[in-house]
Design a protein around this ligand. Structure first.
Ligand SMILES: [Zn+2]
Length: 183
């Protein structure tokens, strides 16, 4: 049996591998554009991007694929980290000067764990998890201690980058009656 998840072709068009971004805002704008595009195509309103830290080079984007795949674990952070690891041919993203994950919404409990195992050394978040909860998504057991654990593991966390734009996508999803699949 194969468990197969295909990242849609349009993801590379919105988040072009090799694109160089200098600021967190530039990087987040791409993650939010992925979230918006995925929503417009019937997916969940979440997007993320992995960048190579020293160069600011985009490795891979990704989007939430729960609705498209029928698989509950394929949140944007999971597909994005998996896409970057596949593209680079290794499971450890701490190599080669390190990588960072830029995500349109703060990670849920599962994705916080995935961040830790991926080896990324920096996480940049857009919408706060209260914004996701406000439209009905359950973030799971995320506590202040969860974030402290990541920081102690040497992962820098940046919150609230372009949060208004990121939260606008979530609000739009609710307004158009989008499916809340883990409530
Ligand atoms: Zn998640």
């Amino acid at each position: 049996m194969n468990i197969c998840v295909t990242l849609p072709d349009w993801v590379d068009a919105v988040a072009r591998p090799g694109t160089v971004c200098a600021t967190d805002e530039e990087k987040m704008a791409i993650a939010v554009a992925l979230a918006r595009e995925n929503m417009s195509r019937g997916g969940g309103p979440f997007g993320a991007v992995v960048f190579h830290r020293p160069s600011g080079r985009l490795v891979s984007g990704g989007v939430n694929l729960v609705l498209q795949s029928g698989l509950s674990s394929f949140h944007a952070e999971i597909t994005t980290l998996s896409a970057a690891q596949t593209r680079l041919g290794r499971y450890d993203l701490s190599a080669d000067g390190g990588h960072e994950l830029v995500t349109s919404s703060e990670p849920c409990a599962m994705c916080l764990g995935a961040v830790l195992w991926s080896g990324v050394k920096r996480v940049v978040c857009g919408a706060c998890c209260d914004a996701a909860r406000a439209i009905g998504f359950d973030e799971g057991p995320v506590f202040p201690e969860s974030w402290a654990y990541l920081r102690r593991a040497g992962i820098e966390v940046v919150e609230g980058v372009l949060c208004e734009e990121a939260e606008a996508v979530l609000k739009r999803y609710k307004e158009q009656g989008g499916v809340v699949y883990n409530a």
